[in-house]
Design a protein around this ligand. Structure first.
Ligand code: GUN
Ligand code: ZN
Length: 434
């Protein structure tokens, strides 16, 4: 056997949609085929042409009637927080101190980290997510476990060991030198290996000293192509604390700016309470604002202002932020994102949402040449969706007439049940429910 042909309704974005009626932003083939070989997409077209495009003995997998899309991408998630999801707290800082900083201490144990890493990838695949930018804990072994498991599954993943040296329990703190050494060693081992990428990961300004931030700056200078991920402007209490800790810097984004940490591969989680100056700094450097709607609603942090980011020319990603977030599903995430924006009086059309969870997030990660689309040459990371898989959705589908209506139903009511299959580099990866 050489290669695979997926038959179904092929949908892929080619540009960022400018509103609900921008049908030029995507390519849709009603009876289409995606031809895969060697883990890559080698052809896309009409099913009637597919056999001409594929090797003679290619296996055909029939998803007729189902939607075939690029795999979902999650630009901010904490794998060590799988058992933190659904923890009751007053606000971000209480949630971190009461649950998260306790739970993360368990990742000093390699066996625990390996167990959770494996369960984490099972969950991503169940929900159709094929790439994520993930936080590990302060322990290098938590990153080792994550990368080893991602490599075993051949998944394109971005991750980093968190650096933190103050305002956290002793057992979760490194030192500026240890954070630097461990990060450098992990980066040299894993970055660019197979489908893996490293992210320099100071947790946030509150848990790093001036000395640690300087060490992060050294790392960013030595590895200018590496990702940088951190948090900013999530909650008001956090922002007040950041001001106390860095009284001489203009604002919270300005802290990362001061240490040379803003650039096109910088992912800043949350970005809710932003000043105009901070928006300008992000726009000038190309740093990405990562919208985490289920987390922002659950923790009660605030409402992300997408329109202001667009007007300010700030790049945007969207993410689950498990375990502050409450679902692994990018469909559930964009459903909550839609509601956040409704409350802000802003519109988010279904074609914009589906762009955001695929090509939009690939662009946010500077990975659009590899993932996020079904273009020839892209990695064959694919999700297949069925809006009729859930009885009440099948009923509603009787009245759905357009692709946009179907996408909106998938987003509003869908979750893992509508994910028929997830392909990782061309290999079917979703396990049947036990
Ligand atoms: N800010 C710093 N660390 C975290 C975290 O783990 N989750 C969230 N939501 N915000 C943070
Ligand atoms: Zn986070």
């Amino acid at each position: 056997m050489s290669g695979t042909i997926l038959r179904g309704r092929v949908l892929t974005f080619v540009a960022e949609p400018q509103g609900a009626e921008d049908h030029d932003a995507y390519r849709y083939i009603e009876d289409g085929a995606v031809v895969i070989d060697g883990g890559k997409i080698i052809a896309v077209g009409e099913w009637s042409e597919a056999l001409k495009l594929a090797a003679p003995k290619a296996e055909v997998i029939d998803h007729k009637g189902k939607l075939i899309l690029p795999g979902f991408i999650d630009t901010h998630i904490h794998y060590p927080q799988m058992q933190v999801v659904g923890s009751y707290a007053k606000d971000l800082l209480e949630w971190l101190n009461t649950y998260t900083f306790i739970e993360e201490q368990r990742f000093g144990d390699e066996a625990h980290a390996a167990r959770i890493a494996s369960l984490f990838f099972d969950e991503l695949v169940r929900y159709g997510t094929t790439t994520a930018a993930a936080y590990c804990t302060v322990h290098p072994q938590s990153a080792e476990a994550f990368f080893a498991e991602a490599e075993k599954r051949n998944m394109r993943m971005i991750a980093g060991k968190v650096m933190m040296d103050r305002n956290a329990p002793e057992a979760l703190c490194d030192t500026p030198q240890r954070g630097y050494d461990d990060t450098k060693r992990l980066m040299e081992k894993w970055d660019g290996r197979g489908r893996l990428h490293y992210a320099i990961t100071p947790r946030f300004a509150l848990t790093s000293t001036h000395e640690q931030m300087e060490m992060c700056q050294d790392l960013a200078r030595e590895f200018p192509d590496a990702y940088i991920q951190t948090h900013v402007n999530e909650s008001l209490g956090e922002i007040a604390f950041a001001k106390e800790l860095y009284p001489n810097l203009p604002d919270y984004v300005g802290i990362y700016e001061h240490y040379g940490l803003l650039g096109p591969k910088t992912l800043l989680g949350h970005c809710i309470h932003m000043t105009d100056r901070e928006i300008e700094a992000m726009s000038e450097t190309g740093a990405v604002a990562v919208f985490c709607p289920t987390s922002n609603l659950f923790i009660g942090s605030g409402l992300f202002d997408r329109q202001r980011m667009i007007e300010g020319n700030v790049r945007i990603g969207v993410a689950t932020d498990i375990g502050g977030g409450t679902s692994y599903s990018m469909l559930r995430t964009l459903d909550e994102g839609y509601k956040v924006l409704q409350l802000k009086g802003q519109r988010l059309s279904p074609i914009e949402s589906f762009y955001m969870m695929t090509l939009g997030n690939a662009r946010a990660l500077c990975l659009e040449h590899k993932i996020g689309s079904l273009e020839v040459g892209a990695d064959a990371d694919i999700v297949v969706l069925d809006a009729k898989a859930v009885p009440h959705m099948a009923l509603k589908m009787e009245q759905v007439e357009t692709l946009s209506e179907e996408l909106f139903l998938l987003q509003t009511c869908g979750d893992d049940r509508v994910v028929v299959q997830t392909y990782i580099a061309g290999a079917a990866a979703k396990m049947k429910a036990a």
